[in-house]
Design a protein around this ligand. Structure first.
Ligand SMILES: O=C(O)[C@@H](CO)OP(=O)(O)O
Length: 238
């Protein structure tokens, strides 16, 4: 029996608009981001897939994107499971900084390494940072990271895939995963077996559902973005 997964990166956030490193800071969607989320819901509805369950992070921008999409689909009743392991990659000491100003200060190459290399994390967030997550009660009992590379992000996403999402999919459920640019890149790396090198060029557009068909071994057999005008190249020849 074929299974369908939909990866949905949240719509434009306030800090996407302001071009700031966001990571674990809980910024909300802009009006454009809300519109992207609704459009994603319309596209998913047109597709006609019957979804059974949904997963998201504990960050407002992903949760609201999912809710707005489900509203458009007329499927607000679907179960939603939230987990911090689907959060955005933690941006360490870059959190809150403007990406262009950071390029001017540290150079394009260094910023590209921080943003897209597989295993080079940015410097850790300092305890004096204006953006601590440590005391946030949603992270009670969580070993809150001080920085993460994509590899470290995958290291905490992968157990959640194995323990929560994969069993549901194996069970025959079609699932939506509403998450973030880098936590979804981590899942793309895992599912499509993308090399450490090739994952550096994978970009997932905001609010554009990526529909993936999986076989019984959870290997992708087809994948495409529903909004083809805003599609990005996919790994694995899809
Ligand atoms: O700032 C962030 O948290 C992420 C996602 O918006 O940015 P980037 O695409 O640079 O990894």
């Amino acid at each position: 029996m074929p299974r369908t997964l939909a990866f949905l990166r949240h719509g434009q956030s306030q800090w996407n608009l302001e071009n700031r490193f966001t990571g674990w800071v809980d910024v909300d969607l802009t009006e454009k981001g809300e519109a992207e989320a609704r459009k994603a819901g319309q596209l998913l509805k047109q597709e006609g897939t019957e979804f059974d369950g949904t997963f998201t992070s504990v960050q407002t921008r992903a949760i609201r994107t999912l809710n707005l999409a489900l509203e458009e689909m007329g499927e607000c009743w679907l179960p939603v499971i939230k987990n911090w392991r689907l959060n955005e990659r933690h941006y360490g000491a870059l959190t809150g900084l403007n990406k262009q100003e950071t390029r001017e200060k540290h150079g394009d190459e260094q910023v590209h390494i921080w943003r897209r290399s597989y295993d080079v994390p940015p410097p850790p967030l300092e305890d004096s940072s204006a953006f601590p997550s440590l005391n946030d009660r949603r992270y009670r009992g969580v070993d809150v990271p001080k920085t993460e590379s994509l590899k470290l992000c995958l290291d905490r996403v992968e157990p959640y895939w194995n323990e929560a999402i994969a069993p549901a999919v194996r069970d025959g459920q079609n699932c939506i995963i509403a998450a973030h640019g880098n936590s979804l890149r981590a899942l793309v790396k895992l599912l499509f077996e993308v090399s450490d090198q090739d994952i550096t060029s994978v970009e997932i557009p905001t609010g554009n559902p990526l529909l993936i068909q999986l076989d019984e071994n959870l290997k992708p057999t087809a994948a495409r973005y529903l909004d083809q005008d805003r599609a990005q190249p996919l790994p694995g020849g899809f």
